[in-house]
Write a protein that binds this ligand. Structure first.
Ligand code: NAP
Ligand code: F7E
Length: 341
Protein backbone atom coordinates (compact mmCIF):
# COMPACT_ATOMS: atom_id res chain seq x y z
CA UNK A 1 0.00 0.00 0.00
CA UNK A 2 1.22 3.51 -0.89
CA UNK A 3 2.54 5.45 2.09
CA UNK A 4 0.49 8.49 3.07
CA UNK A 5 2.41 11.74 2.77
CA UNK A 6 2.09 14.54 5.33
CA UNK A 7 3.49 18.05 5.06
CA UNK A 8 3.92 19.89 8.37
CA UNK A 9 4.43 23.65 8.53
CA UNK A 10 5.91 24.48 11.95
CA UNK A 11 7.70 21.13 12.31
CA UNK A 12 10.35 22.58 14.67
CA UNK A 13 7.76 23.68 17.25
CA UNK A 14 6.33 21.76 20.20
CA UNK A 15 3.34 20.34 18.32
CA UNK A 16 5.35 19.80 15.13
CA UNK A 17 7.71 17.48 17.01
CA UNK A 18 4.91 15.46 18.65
CA UNK A 19 2.88 15.26 15.43
CA UNK A 20 5.90 14.14 13.36
CA UNK A 21 6.55 11.24 15.72
CA UNK A 22 2.85 10.36 15.84
CA UNK A 23 2.59 10.23 12.03
CA UNK A 24 5.88 8.37 11.59
CA UNK A 25 4.59 5.70 13.98
CA UNK A 26 1.54 5.46 11.71
CA UNK A 27 3.95 4.81 8.79
CA UNK A 28 3.50 8.16 7.05
CA UNK A 29 6.23 9.79 5.03
CA UNK A 30 6.62 13.17 6.77
CA UNK A 31 7.95 16.34 5.16
CA UNK A 32 8.60 19.11 7.67
CA UNK A 33 9.00 22.78 6.81
CA UNK A 34 11.55 24.70 8.83
CA UNK A 35 12.56 28.30 8.40
CA UNK A 36 16.06 29.57 8.10
CA UNK A 37 17.53 30.70 11.43
CA UNK A 38 20.98 31.90 12.43
CA UNK A 39 21.22 29.20 15.07
CA UNK A 40 20.10 25.57 14.80
CA UNK A 41 16.35 25.33 15.46
CA UNK A 42 15.78 21.58 15.11
CA UNK A 43 16.49 20.46 18.70
CA UNK A 44 12.96 19.16 19.19
CA UNK A 45 13.15 16.83 16.18
CA UNK A 46 16.83 15.85 16.16
CA UNK A 47 16.03 12.54 17.85
CA UNK A 48 13.97 11.48 14.83
CA UNK A 49 17.15 11.29 12.77
CA UNK A 50 18.75 9.05 15.37
CA UNK A 51 15.81 6.65 15.20
CA UNK A 52 16.50 3.94 12.65
CA UNK A 53 12.75 3.32 12.23
CA UNK A 54 11.95 6.91 11.39
CA UNK A 55 14.82 8.69 9.69
CA UNK A 56 14.29 7.41 6.15
CA UNK A 57 10.69 8.66 6.20
CA UNK A 58 11.41 12.12 7.55
CA UNK A 59 12.53 14.98 5.29
CA UNK A 60 13.14 18.60 6.23
CA UNK A 61 12.73 21.44 3.73
CA UNK A 62 13.13 25.19 3.97
CA UNK A 63 10.07 27.40 3.68
CA UNK A 64 8.32 30.30 5.35
CA UNK A 65 4.66 31.22 5.75
CA UNK A 66 5.44 34.78 4.66
CA UNK A 67 6.73 33.48 1.32
CA UNK A 68 4.03 32.33 -1.15
CA UNK A 69 6.63 30.98 -3.61
CA UNK A 70 8.13 28.57 -1.10
CA UNK A 71 4.68 27.34 -0.03
CA UNK A 72 3.53 26.82 -3.60
CA UNK A 73 6.66 25.03 -4.75
CA UNK A 74 6.75 22.74 -1.70
CA UNK A 75 3.13 21.65 -2.16
CA UNK A 76 3.65 21.25 -5.91
CA UNK A 77 6.74 19.08 -5.41
CA UNK A 78 5.56 16.98 -2.46
CA UNK A 79 1.88 16.59 -3.40
CA UNK A 80 0.94 15.66 0.17
CA UNK A 81 -2.20 13.81 1.22
CA UNK A 82 -2.41 15.88 4.40
CA UNK A 83 -1.13 19.35 5.26
CA UNK A 84 -0.88 20.45 8.91
CA UNK A 85 -0.47 24.19 9.39
CA UNK A 86 1.13 24.47 12.83
CA UNK A 87 3.43 27.37 11.93
CA UNK A 88 2.75 30.62 13.76
CA UNK A 89 4.09 33.50 15.75
CA UNK A 90 2.46 31.74 18.68
CA UNK A 91 3.27 33.99 21.66
CA UNK A 92 0.29 36.10 22.72
CA UNK A 93 2.25 38.76 24.60
CA UNK A 94 4.81 39.08 21.80
CA UNK A 95 1.92 39.62 19.35
CA UNK A 96 1.29 43.00 20.99
CA UNK A 97 4.91 43.94 20.13
CA UNK A 98 4.88 42.57 16.55
CA UNK A 99 1.22 42.77 15.50
CA UNK A 100 1.73 43.15 11.74
CA UNK A 101 4.16 40.24 11.51
CA UNK A 102 1.81 38.12 13.64
CA UNK A 103 -1.10 38.88 11.29
CA UNK A 104 1.10 38.15 8.26
CA UNK A 105 2.33 34.74 9.42
CA UNK A 106 -0.76 33.50 11.26
CA UNK A 107 -3.49 35.06 9.15
CA UNK A 108 -2.14 35.54 5.63
CA UNK A 109 0.15 32.52 5.98
CA UNK A 110 -2.93 30.30 6.30
CA UNK A 111 -4.51 31.98 3.28
CA UNK A 112 -1.31 31.40 1.29
CA UNK A 113 -1.45 27.65 1.92
CA UNK A 114 -5.15 27.41 1.04
CA UNK A 115 -4.69 29.45 -2.14
CA UNK A 116 -1.70 27.28 -3.13
CA UNK A 117 -3.91 24.18 -2.79
CA UNK A 118 -6.46 25.85 -5.04
CA UNK A 119 -3.94 27.15 -7.61
CA UNK A 120 -2.44 23.67 -7.91
CA UNK A 121 -5.91 22.13 -8.42
CA UNK A 122 -5.38 19.89 -5.41
CA UNK A 123 -8.77 20.70 -3.82
CA UNK A 124 -9.90 17.08 -4.05
CA UNK A 125 -6.57 15.52 -3.13
CA UNK A 126 -5.23 17.38 -0.09
CA UNK A 127 -6.67 17.48 3.41
CA UNK A 128 -5.82 20.58 5.43
CA UNK A 129 -5.57 21.09 9.20
CA UNK A 130 -5.48 24.60 10.67
CA UNK A 131 -4.11 25.14 14.19
CA UNK A 132 -6.81 27.27 15.76
CA UNK A 133 -6.86 28.33 19.38
CA UNK A 134 -8.97 29.08 22.44
CA UNK A 135 -7.47 32.58 22.22
CA UNK A 136 -10.14 33.23 19.56
CA UNK A 137 -12.77 33.03 22.35
CA UNK A 138 -10.81 35.70 24.18
CA UNK A 139 -13.01 37.77 26.43
CA UNK A 140 -16.18 35.75 25.91
CA UNK A 141 -18.60 35.60 28.82
CA UNK A 142 -19.45 31.93 28.08
CA UNK A 143 -18.29 29.78 30.99
CA UNK A 144 -17.74 26.60 28.95
CA UNK A 145 -16.62 27.33 25.39
CA UNK A 146 -17.53 25.08 22.47
CA UNK A 147 -17.69 25.22 18.65
CA UNK A 148 -20.74 27.53 18.83
CA UNK A 149 -19.21 30.12 21.16
CA UNK A 150 -18.77 33.50 19.46
CA UNK A 151 -15.17 34.65 19.03
CA UNK A 152 -14.04 37.74 20.95
CA UNK A 153 -10.24 37.77 20.45
CA UNK A 154 -8.22 39.89 22.86
CA UNK A 155 -4.82 40.17 21.15
CA UNK A 156 -3.30 40.54 17.68
CA UNK A 157 -2.56 36.81 18.00
CA UNK A 158 -6.21 35.96 18.71
CA UNK A 159 -7.41 38.23 15.90
CA UNK A 160 -4.94 36.76 13.40
CA UNK A 161 -6.03 33.22 14.28
CA UNK A 162 -9.69 34.24 13.92
CA UNK A 163 -8.97 35.34 10.35
CA UNK A 164 -7.20 32.02 9.74
CA UNK A 165 -10.20 30.16 11.14
CA UNK A 166 -12.75 31.91 8.94
CA UNK A 167 -10.66 31.78 5.77
CA UNK A 168 -10.34 28.02 6.32
CA UNK A 169 -14.14 27.73 6.65
CA UNK A 170 -14.52 29.93 3.57
CA UNK A 171 -12.20 27.83 1.36
CA UNK A 172 -13.98 24.68 2.56
CA UNK A 173 -17.37 26.09 1.60
CA UNK A 174 -16.29 27.88 -1.59
CA UNK A 175 -13.96 25.27 -3.12
CA UNK A 176 -14.90 22.05 -1.34
CA UNK A 177 -11.47 21.62 0.19
CA UNK A 178 -11.29 19.10 3.03
CA UNK A 179 -10.21 21.71 5.58
CA UNK A 180 -10.60 21.50 9.38
CA UNK A 181 -10.06 23.93 12.22
CA UNK A 182 -8.90 22.48 15.51
CA UNK A 183 -9.78 24.94 18.28
CA UNK A 184 -7.18 23.81 20.77
CA UNK A 185 -6.94 25.01 24.34
CA UNK A 186 -3.52 25.42 25.99
CA UNK A 187 -1.39 22.32 25.69
CA UNK A 188 2.03 21.90 27.17
CA UNK A 189 4.82 19.33 27.46
CA UNK A 190 8.45 19.01 28.49
CA UNK A 191 9.41 20.60 25.13
CA UNK A 192 7.11 23.63 25.54
CA UNK A 193 8.76 26.95 24.59
CA UNK A 194 10.61 28.42 27.56
CA UNK A 195 8.70 31.72 27.65
CA UNK A 196 5.25 30.13 28.05
CA UNK A 197 4.16 30.24 31.66
CA UNK A 198 4.08 26.50 32.52
CA UNK A 199 7.61 25.82 31.27
CA UNK A 200 8.86 29.08 32.77
CA UNK A 201 7.44 28.13 36.21
CA UNK A 202 8.82 24.59 36.23
CA UNK A 203 12.20 25.52 34.82
CA UNK A 204 12.45 28.50 37.20
CA UNK A 205 11.50 26.55 40.33
CA UNK A 206 13.87 23.71 39.42
CA UNK A 207 16.73 26.15 38.93
CA UNK A 208 15.97 27.81 42.27
CA UNK A 209 15.91 24.37 43.93
CA UNK A 210 19.34 23.58 42.42
CA UNK A 211 20.78 26.96 43.40
CA UNK A 212 21.13 28.16 39.79
CA UNK A 213 18.53 30.97 40.00
CA UNK A 214 17.41 33.20 42.86
CA UNK A 215 13.90 34.27 41.88
CA UNK A 216 11.12 33.63 39.41
CA UNK A 217 9.37 36.72 37.99
CA UNK A 218 5.79 36.35 36.74
CA UNK A 219 2.84 38.49 35.58
CA UNK A 220 -0.91 37.87 36.06
CA UNK A 221 -1.33 35.07 38.62
CA UNK A 222 -5.12 34.96 38.43
CA UNK A 223 -5.95 34.11 34.82
CA UNK A 224 -7.36 30.60 34.43
CA UNK A 225 -6.28 28.17 31.74
CA UNK A 226 -7.46 24.75 30.57
CA UNK A 227 -4.15 22.89 30.23
CA UNK A 228 -3.67 19.56 28.45
CA UNK A 229 -0.72 17.58 27.04
CA UNK A 230 0.51 18.25 23.47
CA UNK A 231 0.96 14.51 22.88
CA UNK A 232 -2.79 13.96 23.37
CA UNK A 233 -3.74 16.98 21.27
CA UNK A 234 -1.79 16.04 18.12
CA UNK A 235 -3.78 12.81 17.99
CA UNK A 236 -6.96 14.91 17.75
CA UNK A 237 -5.46 16.86 14.81
CA UNK A 238 -4.90 13.63 12.91
CA UNK A 239 -8.35 12.27 13.78
CA UNK A 240 -9.96 15.41 12.33
CA UNK A 241 -8.42 14.57 8.94
CA UNK A 242 -9.65 10.94 9.00
CA UNK A 243 -13.41 11.68 9.07
CA UNK A 244 -15.89 11.43 6.20
CA UNK A 245 -16.48 15.18 6.20
CA UNK A 246 -14.32 18.11 7.26
CA UNK A 247 -15.42 20.10 10.31
CA UNK A 248 -14.20 22.19 13.26
CA UNK A 249 -13.63 20.80 16.75
CA UNK A 250 -12.81 22.14 20.22
CA UNK A 251 -10.04 20.17 21.94
CA UNK A 252 -9.72 20.70 25.70
CA UNK A 253 -9.68 18.93 29.06
CA UNK A 254 -12.67 20.77 30.58
CA UNK A 255 -10.61 21.56 33.72
CA UNK A 256 -9.32 25.03 34.48
CA UNK A 257 -6.96 26.41 37.13
CA UNK A 258 -5.18 29.71 37.82
CA UNK A 259 -1.48 30.35 37.24
CA UNK A 260 -1.10 30.59 41.01
CA UNK A 261 -2.65 27.15 41.50
CA UNK A 262 -0.26 25.79 38.85
CA UNK A 263 2.67 27.32 40.77
CA UNK A 264 1.41 25.80 44.03
CA UNK A 265 1.11 22.34 42.50
CA UNK A 266 4.56 22.52 40.86
CA UNK A 267 6.24 23.96 43.98
CA UNK A 268 4.83 21.19 46.17
CA UNK A 269 5.96 18.47 43.76
CA UNK A 270 9.46 19.97 43.56
CA UNK A 271 9.66 20.00 47.36
CA UNK A 272 9.12 23.67 48.24
CA UNK A 273 6.91 24.89 51.07
CA UNK A 274 5.82 28.33 49.95
CA UNK A 275 3.64 31.08 51.43
CA UNK A 276 2.10 33.93 49.46
CA UNK A 277 1.77 37.48 50.75
CA UNK A 278 1.10 40.98 49.34
CA UNK A 279 -1.38 42.05 46.68
CA UNK A 280 -1.38 42.86 42.91
CA UNK A 281 2.04 43.64 41.53
CA UNK A 282 3.45 43.32 45.08
CA UNK A 283 2.33 39.73 45.53
CA UNK A 284 5.26 37.44 46.39
CA UNK A 285 5.95 33.89 47.51
CA UNK A 286 8.42 33.03 50.24
CA UNK A 287 10.26 29.73 50.72
CA UNK A 288 9.20 28.93 54.30
CA UNK A 289 12.29 26.81 54.97
CA UNK A 290 14.91 29.54 54.43
CA UNK A 291 12.62 32.65 54.52
CA UNK A 292 13.84 33.72 51.07
CA UNK A 293 11.48 35.34 48.56
CA UNK A 294 11.48 33.11 45.48
CA UNK A 295 8.59 34.49 43.37
CA UNK A 296 7.74 38.11 42.54
CA UNK A 297 5.53 39.86 39.99
CA UNK A 298 6.85 42.21 37.34
CA UNK A 299 4.86 44.65 35.24
CA UNK A 300 6.63 43.59 32.03
CA UNK A 301 4.93 40.19 32.15
CA UNK A 302 1.40 41.66 32.23
CA UNK A 303 -0.40 42.11 28.88
CA UNK A 304 -2.25 45.24 27.70
CA UNK A 305 -5.34 43.05 28.05
CA UNK A 306 -5.44 39.46 29.29
CA UNK A 307 -7.96 36.66 29.03
CA UNK A 308 -9.08 35.86 32.58
CA UNK A 309 -10.89 32.62 32.04
CA UNK A 310 -10.82 29.75 29.53
CA UNK A 311 -12.50 26.37 29.91
CA UNK A 312 -13.24 24.17 26.92
CA UNK A 313 -16.09 21.81 26.17
CA UNK A 314 -14.77 19.03 23.92
CA UNK A 315 -17.95 16.91 23.94
CA UNK A 316 -18.24 17.03 20.17
CA UNK A 317 -14.70 15.72 19.64
CA UNK A 318 -15.33 13.06 22.27
CA UNK A 319 -18.46 11.88 20.48
CA UNK A 320 -17.48 12.19 16.81
CA UNK A 321 -13.70 11.74 16.88
CA UNK A 322 -13.73 9.34 19.85
CA UNK A 323 -11.01 11.53 21.28
CA UNK A 324 -10.41 12.29 24.93
CA UNK A 325 -7.43 13.66 26.85
CA UNK A 326 -5.29 10.99 28.50
CA UNK A 327 -2.99 13.14 30.65
CA UNK A 328 -4.12 14.92 33.82
CA UNK A 329 -2.65 18.25 34.88
CA UNK A 330 -0.79 16.47 37.70
CA UNK A 331 0.75 13.94 35.35
CA UNK A 332 1.68 16.75 32.95
CA UNK A 333 3.50 18.64 35.72
CA UNK A 334 5.24 15.44 36.87
CA UNK A 335 6.47 14.79 33.33
CA UNK A 336 7.71 18.35 32.92
CA UNK A 337 9.61 18.16 36.24
CA UNK A 338 11.09 14.78 35.35
CA UNK A 339 12.41 16.19 32.07
CA UNK A 340 14.16 19.07 33.88
CA UNK A 341 15.81 16.56 36.21
P1 NAP B 1 5.53 26.80 18.72
O1 NAP B 1 6.25 25.83 19.59
O2 NAP B 1 5.73 28.26 18.94
O3 NAP B 1 5.90 26.44 17.20
C1 NAP B 1 5.59 27.30 16.15
C2 NAP B 1 6.25 26.81 14.90
O4 NAP B 1 6.00 27.75 13.84
C3 NAP B 1 7.78 26.70 15.00
O5 NAP B 1 8.19 25.58 14.25
C4 NAP B 1 8.24 27.97 14.32
O6 NAP B 1 9.55 27.91 13.81
C5 NAP B 1 7.24 28.06 13.20
N1 NAP B 1 7.15 29.37 12.56
C6 NAP B 1 7.03 30.58 13.14
N2 NAP B 1 6.99 31.54 12.21
C7 NAP B 1 7.08 30.93 11.01
C8 NAP B 1 7.10 31.39 9.67
N3 NAP B 1 7.05 32.68 9.37
N4 NAP B 1 7.19 30.48 8.68
C9 NAP B 1 7.28 29.15 8.96
N5 NAP B 1 7.28 28.66 10.21
C10 NAP B 1 7.18 29.54 11.22
O7 NAP B 1 3.96 26.53 18.79
P2 NAP B 1 3.17 25.22 19.27
O8 NAP B 1 2.90 25.35 20.72
O9 NAP B 1 3.85 24.02 18.73
O10 NAP B 1 1.78 25.44 18.54
C11 NAP B 1 1.56 24.93 17.22
C12 NAP B 1 0.44 25.73 16.57
O11 NAP B 1 -0.74 25.59 17.36
C13 NAP B 1 0.69 27.23 16.46
O12 NAP B 1 0.07 27.66 15.28
C14 NAP B 1 -0.03 27.81 17.67
O13 NAP B 1 -0.40 29.14 17.40
C15 NAP B 1 -1.21 26.88 17.76
N6 NAP B 1 -1.76 26.67 19.09
C16 NAP B 1 -0.96 26.32 20.13
C17 NAP B 1 -1.51 26.06 21.37
C18 NAP B 1 -0.67 25.62 22.54
O14 NAP B 1 -1.15 25.73 23.68
N7 NAP B 1 0.53 25.13 22.33
C19 NAP B 1 -2.91 26.14 21.55
C20 NAP B 1 -3.70 26.48 20.43
C21 NAP B 1 -3.12 26.71 19.21
P3 NAP B 1 10.86 28.17 14.76
O15 NAP B 1 11.07 26.90 15.51
O16 NAP B 1 11.91 28.48 13.78
O17 NAP B 1 10.51 29.31 15.67
O1 F7E C 1 0.18 32.52 29.28
C1 F7E C 1 -0.12 34.42 32.37
C2 F7E C 1 -0.48 35.13 31.07
O2 F7E C 1 1.95 32.68 27.54
C3 F7E C 1 -0.82 31.90 30.05
C4 F7E C 1 -0.05 29.86 23.40
O3 F7E C 1 0.33 28.53 23.15
O4 F7E C 1 -1.99 29.11 24.61
C5 F7E C 1 -0.82 29.90 24.73
O5 F7E C 1 -1.15 31.25 25.01
C6 F7E C 1 -1.29 32.87 31.12
C7 F7E C 1 -1.65 34.26 30.61
O6 F7E C 1 -0.03 31.12 27.22
C8 F7E C 1 3.41 34.98 32.96
O7 F7E C 1 -0.82 36.48 31.32
C9 F7E C 1 1.58 35.11 34.10
O8 F7E C 1 -2.82 34.71 31.23
O9 F7E C 1 1.69 30.52 28.83
P1 F7E C 1 1.06 31.69 28.20
P2 F7E C 1 -1.29 31.81 26.49
O10 F7E C 1 -1.17 33.26 26.42
O11 F7E C 1 -2.52 31.24 27.14
C10 F7E C 1 -2.91 29.53 23.60
C11 F7E C 1 -4.09 28.58 23.60
C12 F7E C 1 -2.27 29.70 22.27
O12 F7E C 1 -2.89 29.52 21.22
C13 F7E C 1 -0.92 30.35 22.26
O13 F7E C 1 -0.24 30.06 21.04
O14 F7E C 1 -0.23 33.05 32.05
N1 F7E C 1 1.24 34.71 32.84
N2 F7E C 1 2.89 35.29 34.18
C14 F7E C 1 2.36 34.61 32.12
N3 F7E C 1 2.56 34.23 30.85
C15 F7E C 1 3.83 34.21 30.39
N4 F7E C 1 4.06 33.80 29.13
N5 F7E C 1 4.90 34.59 31.18
C16 F7E C 1 4.74 34.99 32.47
O15 F7E C 1 5.69 35.33 33.15
Amino acid sequence: MKKKIALIFGVTGQDGAYLSKFLLKKKYKVYGVKRRSSIINTQRIDDIYKDINFKSNFVLCYGDLTDSFSILSLIKKIKPDEIYNLAAQSHVQVSFEVPEYTADVNGLGTLRILQAIKNLNLENKVKFYQAGTSEMFGRTKEKFQNEKTTFYPASPYGASKSFAHWITVNYREAYDIYACNGILFNHESPIRGETFVTKKIIQGLMRIKNGNQKKLFLGNLYSKRDWGHARDYVEAMWKMLQQKKPDDYVIATGQTITIKEFVNKAAKKIGFKIKWFGKGINEKAINIENKKIIIECRKRYFRPVDIDYLKGNAQRAKKLLKWSPKTSIDNLIDEMIQYEL
